[in-house]
Design a binder for this molecule. Sequence first.
Ligand code: B12
Ligand code: SF4
Ligand code: SF4
Length: 210
Amino acid sequence: MNFDHILKQIKDAGFVYLGGFYPESHQTLALIGNAGPQMWQSFTTSCDTSSTTLDQWTETTITCLASTINATALFPFDTPPHPFLTWAQKSGETFTSPLGLSIHPRYGLWHGYRAALIFECILDLPAVTATKSPCDDCVEKPCLTKCPVNAFSLHGYDVPGCISHIKSGDGADCHELGCRARRSCPVGHKFHYSPQQAEFHMAAFVKAHG
Ligand code: B12
Ligand code: SF4
Ligand code: SF4
């Protein structure tokens, strides 16, 4: 099957291609996810978001997509977790940012993985977008200084500190517009999540880990 045809099916379903590689000599793995408003629009217009979670919608939508292109889908919310960020690094399409999140040369930190599609054949994957990380030329690294509670440090990511800030009155900014450290990154500005999408992800994060 031609990969351009697969890319079109991925796009028509509201997702973007985020990189790929060959895990075995007869296998292709393609990462797909959200960047830009399309996935959020598809999700919010195609189901009742008060009774269907984003993960439920993702599983239904991508399982259907996978069956039309002869792929098997693995999800970031499967347990135990698949190493999506290690796969992202292997693809060469994205890089590890100082925050731990992956950074894409075009979308910046504003992308998430929704599935890995496994094909039992070798497909001609698109060439990688860039060979070096945007972080290499970012002298000031604002992402490391803009968190109001210094949740990102050499000791890793302070999840309880982050969550208690988001839940406090002072954390309304992070809660309503998304992580301030992430928003300070100059790459991929036009792909920032809308306030509705940012608040949705933050509320889900606090509910799951708070
Ligand atoms: C557990 C988990 C968390 C945990 C721990 C993260 C961690 N230290 O690894 C917690 C709850 C803290 C977390 C938080 C967030 N997460 Co999270 N998380 C996961 C999950 C479900 C599993 C990760 C895992 O254990 N993998 C197994 C290990 C063995 O493999 P690996 O992932 O390849 O290992 C790499 C990571 O651990 C990474 N890493 C190391 N330190 C950190 C720190 C952070 C903050 C992150 C995100 C990664 C990271 O380095 C390893 C080598 O590359 C993944 C989905 C997935 N299946 O990958 C999402 C995932 C990593 N999370 C993601 C996101 C977006 C977030 C949040 C931004 C959520 C939000 N608010 O929207 C926050 C980050 C902070 C913030 N202030 O907003 C995205 C990252 C997308 C991207 N562009 O990189 C993922 C891939 C989910 C997705 N659907 O895209 N997350
Ligand atoms: S602010 Fe700079 S160092 Fe931080 S993620 Fe963005 S480009 Fe990378
Ligand atoms: S959400 Fe807010 S408190 Fe949490 S890491 Fe980001 S900037 Fe810091």
